[in-house]
Design a protein around this ligand. Structure first.
Ligand code: G3P
Ligand code: CA
Length: 237
């Protein structure tokens, strides 16, 4: 079972910052998850919320701010360190040449960011990151379908916070080959059924040893965790 560092190693570093992503690489994580939004001037940045209020010392909506405004705020305030909001390019550069999988969660479920799908593909292609290194996910499945139409060679994962009727058929219809369910969303049987039809399953976010053990027993492909070292300590036989 692979481990993905959720927003980087967010247990010990400010979430979605280069320090948190570098910590994942240093801890030999299998993958990194990051949240993607788009600025007013069309730049892709890594931050969880639609506003910068919770995670930085600034205020405002990402969609109404330019990159230069965003780069002036401190994204390390929660840990009393200095951090910039990273651009997607910075993370791609960190991952290039490594074996890390990169899960980019496209945050279009509240703010739609028209054109973000095209921009995302452009940036990844320009930065020459191998296709197989990237996994797109979103709670907005219209975004996934759009990404799949634009670049079907990339893996797309349905993010799921509630059960969905006939999930396997649904994934096929929108072009998704993976499911990222909340840890409580799917039953053991439902997870096994998804595997039987060849879908990749990566539950989020595993924070307890019983959940780690449950997903290892079920043979899921990967789990998202906030603390890679903690998960590794319980993953070694
Ligand atoms: O991608 C899994 C997980 O990150 C989705 O939820 O709120 O942490 O972005 P959230
Ligand atoms: Ca996320």
């Amino acid at each position: 079972m692979k481990l993905f560092a959720h927003r980087g190693v967010m247990a010990h570093h400010p979430e979605n910052t280069m320090t948190a992503f570098r910590a994942a690489l240093d801890a030999q994580s299998d993958g990194i998850e990051a949240d993607v939004h788009m600025t007013k001037d069309g730049k892709l940045v890594l931050i969880h919320d639609e506003t910068i209020d919770r995670t930085t010392d600034g205020h405002g909506q990402v969609a109404t701010m330019g990159l230069s405004d965003l780069r002036r705020v401190n994204a390390g305030v929660k840990f009393e360190v200095e951090e910039k909001i990273p651009t997607l390019e910075e993370l791609l550069e960190l991952c290039r040449g490594t074996s890390l999988r990169l899960n980019l969660e496209v945050k279009t479920d509240i703010e739609r960011y028209p054109g973000i799908e095209e921009r995302l593909i452009d940036v990844i292609v320009n930065q020459r990151l191998p296709v197989e290194q990237v996994v797109f996910s979103s709670f907005n499945h219209t975004t996934l379908n759009r990404l799949n139409q634009l670049a079907p060679e990339f893996e797309c994962a349905v993010l799921l916070a509630q059960p969905l009727y006939d999930l396997a058929a649904y994934c096929e219809k929108i072009g998704a080959t993976a499911v990222h369910p909340h840890v409580r969303t799917l039953t053991d049987d439902e997870i096994l059924q998804l595997h039987q039809v060849g879908l990749v399953v990566r539950p989020y976010t595993v924070k307890t040893v019983p959940d780690l053990e449950r997903f290892r027993r079920l043979g899921v492909d990967a789990v998202f965790v906030n603390d890679i070292e903690w998960a590794k300590a319980y993953s070694t036989p």
